[in-house]
Design a protein around this ligand. Structure first.
Ligand code: SF4
Length: 292
């Protein structure tokens, strides 16, 4: 099956290239790498350095993505690479997301068809692009996804929603489900703590919700960052009014990690308060996460 290939980069007038995989749109001079460390300008072409180099490969329950209303009870073949286009201060996968691929230490290539074979042999019904931001390894993800689709598997994107519009449009051709992080509802904090513009994330979430892609939203509830009733309510109202009351919302407990070690884990009460707020905003499916 042939898929239309969107423009992954564009040459600039100064002879550099502009990466178009995500809205950071890094401009890379010859030999230069982007913010994520996963894409490089080699001889005027964009090279996806992490292509074929997953650093995490697991068979996970689909509910761990988390997706609670898509292929329930199935397993998903999950992979991620090094690097990320965000720098979230609380990242719980920072050991891989905040590390750059080093070409000096070559590792074996895992080809797209080998990933799909692994998924089929392990009885998975889908392949998930997860752990770090898949937009930064989009060329690899899409090549896997095209073969997965031919073989009757579904494709799942677990993302921070910071793709360019062209990539979001292209995802709709082959991605079946997405879990998008909505980290907070305060523009200043979003930029300060993740490095990304909240409006772009909201734009992309709305675009995915307005398509056949099954979408679920996740918000990590972080004490003193986004856990006021007002902010939680603003997120819930956004989902309910802009995406629809049927869109599932996962509200998860934070634990101190990476650079955010100055506060305690989210209490069970706070997570259940968020569930209550979500339900009162009209959402039909609100799930607590990381609480026992
Ligand atoms: S994918 Fe990486 S190199 Fe490309 S724009 Fe985003 S951060 Fe920059």
């Amino acid at each position: 099956m042939e898929f239309f290939q969107p423009e992954y980069y564009r040459k600039t007038e100064s002879g550099a290239i502009k990466c178009l995989l995500c809205e950071r749109t890094c401009v890379l001079k010859e030999g230069g790498k982007g913010f994520c460390g996963a894409n490089k300008n080699e001889d005027g072409e964009l090279v996806n350095l992490v292509y074929g180099h997953p650093v995490a490969l697991n068979i996970d329950p689909v509910e761990k993505k988390p997706l609670n209303r898509f292929l329930q009870g199935s397993f998903t073949y999950s992979l991620g690479t090094l690097g990320c286009n965000f720098n979230c201060q609380w990242c719980q996968n920072y050991q891989i997301s905040q590390k750059h691929f080093d070409e000096k230490f070559p590792s074996d290539i895992v080809l797209p068809d080998e990933i799909v074979t692994g998924a089929i042999q392990s009885g998975c019904m889908s392949v998930s692009y997860t752990y770090n931001e898949p937009a930064i390894f989009y060329p690899y993800a899409k090549d896997i996804g095209s073969i997965a689709k031919e073989n009757g598997l579904k494709n799942i994107f677990v993302t921070n929603g910071y793709q360019t519009e062209a990539i979001i449009k292209d995802m709709k051709n082959w991605v079946d489900a997405a879990n998008v992080d909505l980290k907070c509802f305060n523009r200043e904090n979003h930029l300060k703590y993740t490095g990304g513009d909240l409006d772009i994330v909201l734009r992309n979430i709305k675009s995915l919700a307005d398509s056949p892609v099954h979408i679920e939203i996740t918000s990590l509830i972080i004490p003193g960052f986004n856990d006021s009733d007002e902010e939680i309510s603003n997120i819930a109202k956004f989902i309910s009014s802009e995406l629809g009351t049927e869109v599932p919302w996962h509200v998860s407990a934070f634990h101190p990690d990476y650079k955010m070690t100055d506060r305690k884990s989210t209490s069970r009460e706070k997570v259940y308060r968020a569930v209550e707020i979500g339900l009162s905003a009209g959402l039909k499916f609100v799930y607590p996460g990381n609480v026992w």
